[in-house]
Design a protein around this ligand. Structure first.
Ligand SMILES: N[C@@H](CCC(=O)N[C@@H](CS)C(=O)NCC(=O)O)C(=O)O
Length: 219
């Protein structure tokens, strides 16, 4: 089986795929596309991903996009360990938690949105930082309220880390970029600390990636 991922160290969606592949113990090659310097529009990447985003996932020549679809695909081709619960309601709840960042918060802070805020609306660096902190904070607050209703035991849906945990941990990485005080969200912090104690999460962290090191460790 051959798995290739076009990703980038800073990409939270690429982080999700990295963790999912490692939890599944599936070997993969990651090819770096520097989305901060416009490589998503160059070097033939246009032919690989017409949306000009990472990640792109290629399994035995078959191309997939969108981290949620990719994680669900991985669960189907290699069902154990499960990323999504067996129970139908639990499975839908795991997707609900995942989509709060994948669909609602994260899309608001990606490079193309930041660029549009600057180029079309004249937002300066401080305004863009405030925009990112606002939407990331909204996501953190939502997760904190949800984890208070249903305490992690010890992970979001039970004993093993799965889809929801990957997405919440990725959201916390986004908060780290913006230096948001995570202590204000204690349940989210505890859950993410628990995740990053696992090697599959810690070795997937953006700051551990070779392209981050090669870029001189700046974020
Ligand atoms: N919803 C997509 C996210 C895709 C996306 O926006 N990726 C970002 C990096 S996390 C990107 O490549 N952005 C390039 C840009 O905004 O120009 C997923 O979950 O895979």
């Amino acid at each position: 089986m051959s798995i290739k991922v076009y990703g980038f160290w800073r990409s939270i969606a690429s982080f999700r795929i990295r963790v999912a592949l490692k939890l599944k113990a599936l070997a993969f090659e990651e090819i770096s596309i520097d989305i901060l310097h416009g490589e998503q529009f160059e070097h033939g990447y246009d032919a690989i991903n017409p949306e000009h985003v990472v990640p792109t996932f290629i399994h035995d020549g078959h191309t997939l996009y969108q981290s949620l679809a990719i994680m669900e695909y991985l669960d189907e081709i290699k069902p154990n360990p499960r990323l999504l619960p067996d129970d139908v309601r639990e499975r839908a709840y795991a997707r609900s938690l995942a989509l709060m960042t994948i669909a609602d918060s994260h899309p608001l802070i990606v490079p193309r949105v930041r660029k549009h805020l600057a180029n079309t609306f004249g937002a300066d660096a401080a305004a863009i930082e405030e925009w990112g902190a606002h939407w990331t904070g909204e996501g953190l607050a939502t997760y904190e309220r949800l984890l208070a209703r249903r305490n992690p035991a010890p992970f979001a849906l039970g004993k093993e880390a799965g889809l929801a945990d990957i997405c919440i941990a990725g959201h916390v990485v986004g908060a780290q970029y913006l230096r948001i005080a995570i202590d204000a969200y204690p349940l989210v912090k505890q859950l993410s600390d628990r995740c990053f104690q696992l090697p599959e999460f810690s070795s997937s962290h953006p700051f551990k990636q070779p392209d981050y090191q090669a870029a001189g460790g700046q974020h």
